[in-house]
Write a protein that binds this ligand. Structure first.
Ligand code: FAD
Length: 842
């Protein structure tokens, strides 16, 4: 009986099917030719990486709600992030090595928008309500995220926001054409519906002090006040009329206050704020708005899309240009003086340092200047009651791991700690702070168990995949954008989203979708057991028997067999699962592409065996001939005698007791066709059928069509077992099996270490069992002197005479499986038994 349920998404297309097999392979180590890897970590530092492959796999399977739930475990603002995140996850996406990275953010956006637009948007489960109150200062992404996770823990959570509207830079920084307000408000509303009390217009430090918050019973406080103050250029003329900081300009516009920029607007800077400011100025009627940036285009921190959209809107990017003075006339801006720059050696940020070119001064006529070169935090919220300290850069000093400040009950995160950064970093900070605050209130160690280590995916194979272009985000045409703030990026539709999700190559193997946790009624797989890590245990032993088995050869290497590209070309292992009652189709023989019952099946023998061209396996895998015959016979038993089964072979190796007779029966009585021919290629036809051209025994070329092709894959030693052998210092053969000799078939090259099964060489079950007995006998002989020396006495309760005592009866009825509970109503038996005299325990 299979130990794990077959993933539901089996039939959802090729990429997913392969992923499903891979997941299955992980559950039964050695069953399939998959090297075991960890989950891909996010080298780019995206905190929400853990669930990415999980929700991508769920979207590919059409499980949008499940995907959304998974996303929301890591990210309370997915619709927002799906629009504005700088998606560091995409920069390390393995698909990017094949063609282009999977469009992760647009996929997330689709799922999250779908949920927000549904009648009952998802609200996470809230744990039992707690008495304790917690305060969150600031309603930017850090504060919202912190409140979200504290609310899930059941705390009475209040957000204090000084502005009249919530959202921080999401609402007063990022313009509507990138982040529509209904999307922002809808995600904030969910957090309010979770019970978070969101109070706007309250400035901590002014309207209420931290001391007062403490007195009102707030047991932990999160400061997520962002970096709201704009840094100035520190050049002459910054006090002239017509100079506005980028942050203030955007805030005024976003708060709905009337702002009318001049005709010629120079925006200074190369980051998000600069780009948002220049595009906003353009939309508000500036005839000419342009960017001035002292480095080159390559060093610009703004993302590629933003630069592209800006250029589409006719906005000029004046790079390698440094403003040195703002020139005024009658107190108003008239022009800006700049120097031309060239790139020198890299500076501490790794970017090439801009160096002024002597004598290159020039003037640009402008009537507005918007500096957007950086931000800092404003800390008037901290009163004398606070012990927390600031860094030299004006950011809050925190423990980088727990985000606790020098005041034990005050935590901080987001831009107020990192300086101006990103939405996703602020979200993660909010989450980590919430975890710390919960532990702080409960008096639990703030650090324990939090340094989760994700193993890096290694040697991810990228061969065998077709190039599939990445879905392009549809955008409003430039000429239709410039007089309004309607959203520019329109989002992918369902078909595009699913197709895009299917581009994922599932490089992490376990995608961490946690669906197994949900379906495991026995609670064998829980979030805790799922995240268990390998442990090192030292055991003292006198002999070692190695039975690590084999891995099946991965046929993706044979490009001409098309295994990676066609759902109806499967391995013999996968075919076994198709025939199995516990398999994906419960033993109903259908082909993966369209679930049609196949009429003709071909087996191609020696895939990954007796071949030194594709795989350096000169040996015969010995079991594939009998396995193919058995599969063909069983397939006929399942589908009826009309099923045409053809086995293409080099020579049939049916050695073993009565195996030849089985071969004869298959050929003569069951009608299995045996064709001696080496198949060169499997060609795909339009309707999912497959064409095999081959030379028959008369030397004629035959072209035959099949519904399904099974590749009889050979056996090989896995890289892990090769590593084990290296560590144990035992010799391997040139084919990477354990070296033994004919007179000592289970003794490895090292004394006391024995081997049995396929690690000694390809073989079937009976032979493996014989070897196992032999290895046990060898080990037993070696250990005979030590036998019983470690035996422990069983301690049994002392016997006593119970004559005359009241009988005490225990009743035990087994309910697992169907042997008993399929026939007997076990709960009824239990209840009846409990009612009988002297029954003490049921
Ligand atoms: P904020 O979002 O700044 O929120 C802080 C909140 O605290 C504010 O609402 C503020 O009013 C409130 N507050 C401050 N002091 C007090 C007080 N004393 N009492 C009560 N409330 C207080 N990042 C991306 O990832 N992608 C982008 O495309 C992107 N574009 C951006 C565009 C602009 C114009 C700007 C300015 C930033 C952009 N960012 C972007 C960066 C991102 O918005 C910030 O990194 C993020 O918002 C920081 O979140 P936060 O919660 O730490 O702070």
């Amino acid at each position: 009986m299979c130990p794990v349920p077959w993933p539901d998404e089996y039939d959802q297309g090729l990429a997913l099917r392969k992923a499903a097999f891979k997941k299955y392979a992980q559950a039964i180590p050695g069953a399939f030719a998959i090297s075991k890897r960890g989950v891909a970590p996010c080298k780019a530092g995206c905190p929400a990486h853990i669930s990415v492959q999980g929700y991508i796999a769920l979207v590919a399977a059409g499980k949008y709600r499940e995907a959304l739930k998974l996303i929301k475990q890591e990210n309370p603002l997915p619709s927002i992030c799906g629009r504005v995140c700088h998606h560091p996850c995409e920069s390390i996406c393995t698909r990017g090595r094949l063609d282009e990275p999977v469009a992760i953010d647009p996929i997330k956006r689709f799922v999250a928008d779908l949920d927000l637009n549904s009648e009952t948007p998802y609200i996470p489960e809230i744990k039992e309500k707690k008495e304790e109150k917690v305060a969150v200062v600031g309603s930017g992404p850090a504060g919202l995220s912190c409140a979200y996770y504290l609310a899930i823990e059941g705390y009475q959570t209040t957000i204090f926001e000084k502005l009249p509207i919530p959202g921080g830079m999401l609402s007063v920084g990022i313009p509507e054409y990138r982040l529509p307000r209904e999307t922002l408000n809808a995600e904030i509303r969910i957090i309010q519906e979770m019970g978070v009390d969101l109070r706007t217009g309250i400035e901590v430090g002014k309207t209420i002090t931290i001391d007062q918050l403490r007195q009102e019973g707030y047991q932990a406080i999160f400061l997520g006040i962002g970096a709201q103050e704009c840094k100035m250029l520190d050049i002459e003329g910054e006090d002239l009329d017509g100079v506005f900081s980028g942050i203030d300009f955007l805030k005024e516009v976003n708060l709905g206050n009337p702002v009318k920029p001049g005709d010629r607007v120079a925006v200074i800077g190369g980051g998000n704020v600069a780009f948002d400011a220049v595009r906003t100025a353009r939309r508000l009627g500036a005839k000419e708005a342009f960017i001035i940036y002292r480095r080159s285009l390559e060093e610009m921190p703004a993302n590629e899309e933003e630069i592209e959209e800006c250029e589409e809107e006719g906005i000029e990017l004046r790079t390698l240009t440094n403003p040195t003075r703002i020139i005024g006339e009658n107190g108003r801006v008239k022009a800006i003086e700049c120097l031309k720059m060239e790139l020198g050696e890299p500076d501490e940020s790794g970017r090439r340092r801009p160096v002024p070119i002597d004598g290159s001064e020039f003037h640009i006529e402008v009537d507005w200047v918007i500096p957007a070169i950086g931000q800092e935090s404003e800390w008037s919220c901290l009163g004398p009651e606070c012990a927390c300290t600031l860094s030299d850069w004006g950011t809050m000093n925190v423990d980088p791991f727990t985000l606790q400040t020098d005041d034990p009950d005050i935590f901080s995160g987001g831009d107020s700690v990192t300086g101006p950064a990103t939405v996703i970093e602020a979200i993660e900070a909010g989450k980590q702070a919430a975890i710390s605050m919960d532990r702080f209130i409960r008096g639990v160690d703030l650090r324990e168990g939090r340094d989760k280590h994700w193993e890096e995916s290694q040697d991810i194979p990228t061969e065998g995949y077709d190039t599939i272009p990445r879905a392009q985000m549809p955008r409003v045409r430039p000429e239709k954008r410039l007089d309004n703030f309607r959203e520019v990026q329109l989002g992918l539709d369902e078909a595009q989203t699913v197709a895009e999700a299917k581009r994922c190559v599932a490089c992490g193997i376990c995608s961490e979708c946690y669906e197994c946790v949900g379906v495991c009624d026995a609670e064998a797989v829980t979030l805790e057991t799922h995240s268990e890590q390998p442990e090192t245990i030292n055991l003292e032993v006198g002999a070692l028997i190695l039975a690590p088995g084999f891995q099946a050869f991965d046929p993706s290497k044979y490009k001409t067999y098309g295994y990676s590209n066609h759902p109806n070309i499967i391995t013999s292992m996968e075919f076994e699962r198709l025939l199995s009652a516990s398999g994906p189709t419960m033993g109903h023989l259908v082909r993966p592409s369209d679930e049609r019952e196949p009429k003709k099946i071909a087996w191609v023998q020696c895939v990954g065996s007796r071949d030194i061209h594709k795989c350096d396996h000169s040996y015969c895998s010995s079991v594939c001939c009998m396995a193919a015959i058995k599969e063909a016979v069983v397939a006929k038993e399942h589908a009826g005698d009309d099923l045409d089964c053809a086995i293409f072979f080099i020579d049939m190796r049916t050695h073993g007791k009565d195996f030849e007779r089985y071969y004869d029966v298959a050929r003569e009585q069951k009608g299995v066709r045996f064709i001696r021919s080496r198949v060169p290629t499997v060609e795909t036809l339009e309707d999912g059928d497959l064409l095999i051209p081959y030379v028959n025994d008369k030397g004629e070329i035959v072209r035959e069509t099949f519904d399904l092709v099974v590749l009889s894959v050979g056996l090989e030693t896995s890289p892990e077992t090769i590593e084990l052998a290296k560590n144990l210092e035992i010799d391997l053969t040139s084919s990477q099996f354990s070296k033994t000799d004919s007179f000592h078939p289970v003794a490895t090259s090292r004394e006391g270490i024995y081997v049995c099964g396929t690690f000694q060489g390809p073989k079937d079950i009976p032979q493996s069992v014989i070897e196992a007995s032999s290895a046990a006998a060898e080990a037993g002989a070696l250990l005979s002197n030590a036998r019983h020396t470690l035996t422990r006495e069983e301690v049994v309760p002392e016997e006593r005479n119970i004559r005359g005592e009241r009988p005490r009866v225990g009743v035990f009825v087994c309910e697992c499986g169907i042997n008993i509970s399929g026939v007997v109503d076990v709960p009824a038996v239990r209840d009846f038994a409990a009612s009988l005299p002297y029954v003490e325990y049921v």
